[in-house]
Ligand binder design. Structure first.
Ligand SMILES: [Cu+2]
Length: 280
């Protein structure tokens, strides 16, 4: 499964060159042709708390820039830019527009010092089995990095006056799509009326502690199309048919400790409720 998720990563094959002139010359094997991030900025270290432009394009196996991305309803379109600090204490999630020539430019504030994983989840407009792929790179924000340990699993999270509770997340298993219910109420106990954001009523973004493996599922209204996430042979689509209630599907490729970032829009504000999950 890891191979599947990393299928879009840059693969470099060692060349057969030898520094010793006494050996016969081995044939030169070029780099494998895959999708890769090109022209990525910022290069080097950024200052935390200051806006910087994250810029890149994706080059195709053929060498040309990828310009044609999937469109239409649902969240599985275009480019998703997801940035986490390595300790998973920060997440930034944007769907930047793709400009001419496939160029992406997205202002980002890296809020705290430390290493960040920059993940680009791309949905090229292709037919056939490959629906999306991920490319990653890193950005370092200057200053002393004090990694924060993940809190243990707790089923209730409080964010900006809202209370988010998970039900059924006690027994999770890798590869198996596990339905989990999330309830969301405001400070007066009223259920939240979910409004679509980036094509879904809620986004469930999963990162694995340490390795930063990634998966992403969505919650949509009952009739919405284009909401299904696919992991190997497993499919996951979450639904929400009434205020305050999200049927989230937990689907991750590997056992371990995972951080779930449950994101949704409530009263015009984008909220992120993080949860620690143990997956066997
Ligand atoms: Cu999403």
């Amino acid at each position: 499964m890891r191979g599947l998720l990393l299928a879009g990563s840059v693969v470099l094959l060692a060349t057969g060159c030898s520094s010793s002139s006494s050996r016969p010359a081995a044939p030169t094997i070029g780099a494998a042709r895959t999708y890769h991030l090109a022209g990525f900025r910022p290069a080097g270290t950024v200052r935390p708390g200051n806006p910087v432009v994250v810029a890149f394009r994706i080059d195709q196996p053929s060498g040309g820039a990828l310009v044609d991305y999937k469109r239409g309803p649902g969240p599985h379109t275009g480019i998703h830019l997801i940035i986490v600090r390595d300790d998973l204490s920060v997440i930034i999630h944007r769907h930047p527009k793709v400009g001419s020539g496939g160029a992406v430019r997205q202002p980002i504030v890296f809020p705290k010092p430390g290493p960040y994983r920059v993940l680009v989840d791309a949905y090229p407009n292709l037919t056939g089995p490959q629906r999306n792929f991920q490319l990653t790179t890193t950005v370092r924000a200057s200053g002393r990095y004090r990694p924060q340990p993940l809190p243990p699993f707790a089923s209730t999270d409080h964010v900006s006056g809202y209370t988010v509770s998970l039900h059924g997340a006690g027994h999770l298993k890798a590869i198996d799509p596990i339905p989990v219910t999330a309830t969301v109420v405001d400070s007066a106990g009223r259920p939240v009326k979910f409004v679509p954001w980036y094509g879904a009523l809620a986004h469930a973004i999963f990162f694995r502690k340490g390795s930063l493996d990634y998966f992403h599922t969505h919650v949509c209204s009952p009739a919405a199309t284009g909401c299904t996430s696919i992991l190997g042979g497993a499919r996951a689509v979450g639904r929400s048919s009434r205020p305050g209630r999200l049927n989230v599907v937990v689907l991750v490729p590997l056992p371990g400790t995972w951080r779930l970032f449950l994101q949704f829009q409530a009263n015009g504000k984008i909220l992120t409720a993080p949860f620690t999950l143990r997956v066997r």
